[in-house]
Design a protein around this ligand. Structure first.
Ligand code: AMP
Length: 301
């Protein structure tokens, strides 16, 4: 089953304690699309500027990602510069230029309007809503957001939350959105805003899943070295939704497996800068690490 994603397609400049990278391919939609493409066909909706190189479009095409919904506009591509602290769970946004993204109105190609699995990646909630309103056969909608939109477009975001099944969000953003410091209380409060499931990403500490009837916790895959955490959240979401769309199994068991696949893909993303590691990754490597993950968390046998 194919997945539609809307989000940013970006140039990122990144500094981490391990090094830096200038103007590499990034953006919430880029990470999500490449991660999900290991499991399901992906259709991407986004905007790029005149400065966006063909080389990056080719990278998407090689992963079989449908680019009909990418619009090239006059101006520069969305640009983000971030710096990570020694504690990689903490990062500062040093620069954020919306550029061609400001005022972008997503118009879906006809061939996208039948999409059933949808990921509303981190982008202006007004654009997330525009996309939802053009879809005819929605089966499952997952959504991400960040502090920038929670603080600046809270009202619009609340409307989106009323129309989705799954919210994928960082712990600090869950606190900001709910006004609750305790993460369990934060999740409970977000569940009241609309989503049936809340997935709280806690960086190197893993993911917590909350629904009305269950809580599930997984660690992050332990790595000796993390080069660049950028895109871990979006890659997690891509692996997660990609696997769900492939199996169609939305049961608690299916969701839990999807969470582990998402965590596995994210663990590869952070092994190198930007999208580099994902471009050399194979499904065999994903399956192998999935098995290691099963062993890592097995305390029952
Ligand atoms: P993640 O590390 O998964 O939270 O996502 C990082 C990606 O988000 C980077 O590649 C950035 O280009 C992108 N990004 C940063 N700020 C924003 C924003 N305000 N809206 C949308 N995308 C953003």
């Amino acid at each position: 089953m194919s997945i539609l994603v809307v989000g940013t397609v970006a140039f990122d400049s990144i500094e981490t304690p391990r090094g830096s990278a200038e103007r590499v391919l990034g953006g919430s939609a880029s990470y999500f699309a490449v991660a999900a493409s290991f499991f399901s066909p992906v259709q991407i909706v986004g905007v790029i500027g005149e400065d966006f190189p063909k080389e990056y479009l080719d990278l998407f095409s090689r992963r079989g990602i449908n680019l009909e919904g990418i619009k090239r506009e006059k101006g520069e591509t969305f640009y983000w510069r971030g710096r990570y602290h020694e504690d990689l769970n903490v990062r500062d946004t040093k620069e954020l230029h919306l550029n061609v993204l400001s005022g972008f109105v997503p118009r879906l190609p006809e061939s996208y309007k039948e999409a059933e699995y949808i990921f509303l990646g981190n982008i202006d909630p007004t654009m997330q809503m525009e996309v939802l309103n053009q879809l005819r056969k929605i089966r499952l909608v997952a959504c991400d957001t960040m502090d920038h939109w929670i603080q600046g477009s809270g009202h619009e975001l609340r409307k989106v939350l009323g129309r989705i099944e799954i919210l994928v969000i960082n712990d600090s953003e869950a606190r900001l959105l709910s006004g609750e410091h305790n993460i369990v209380r934060a999740a409970r409060s977000i569940l009241k805003m609309g989503p049936k499931v809340v997935l709280i990403k806690r960086g190197e500490y893993g993911v917590l899943q909350f629904s009305d009837s269950s809580i599930f916790a997984t660690p992050a895959y332990p790595l000796e070295e993390v080069f660049d955490p950028t895109g871990a959240g979006d890659s997690f979401a891509g692996g997660f939704l990609g696997y769900l769309a492939r199996t169609g199994d939305h049961s608690q068991r299916g969701l839990r497996r999807a969470i582990v696949y998402g965590s596995v893909v994210a663990s590869f993303t952070v092994e190198d800068f930007g999208l580099k590691r994902l471009t050399t990754l194979s499904l065999e490597e994903i399956e192998e690490r999935y098995q290691r993950f099963v062993e890592l968390t097995d305390f029952h046998t």
